[in-house]
Design a protein around this ligand. Structure first.
Ligand SMILES: [Zn+2]
Length: 81
C-alpha cells in the first residue's frame, strides 16, 4: 500500500503525470486523484482533467502514476506490499 513519507497519508494520492484541466482561472493542481482503502486498493478515482485512458492506466499500475500526496503535496510516496 502507498504512504506519504512526509505526513503518513495513505488514503488519498494524486498524479501529476496525467493531463489536467486548463484554461480555467483556478485549475486543480493534479489531473487525477485516487482514494485507497486500508489495503492499498483504489476505491474511487476522481478525474480532474486526465483522460479516461490515463485513468485506466493509472488504475492498472498505481505506483507508476500516483506520485504525489494529496494532503501535504509531497512527492515522496512509499509503495509497499
Ligand atoms: Zn503527505
Amino acid at each position: 500500500m502507498p504512504s506519504c513519507a512526509s505526513c503518513g497519508n495513505s488514503r488519498v494520492l494524486a498524479s501529476s503525470l496525467t493531463s489536467r484541466e486548463a484554461e480555467t482561472a483556478n485549475p486543480p493542481p493534479y489531473g487525477l486523484l485516487a482514494n485507497f482503502d486500508s489495503e492499498g486498493r483504489i476505491v474511487t478515482m476522481e478525474c480532474q482533467g486526465s483522460t479516461l485512458d490515463e485513468a485506466q492506466a493509472a488504475f492498472e499500475d498505481p505506483p507508476a502514476y500516483f506520485n504525489t500526496c494529496a494532503v501535504c503535496g509531497s512527492d515522496n510516496i512509499k509503495w509497499q506490499n
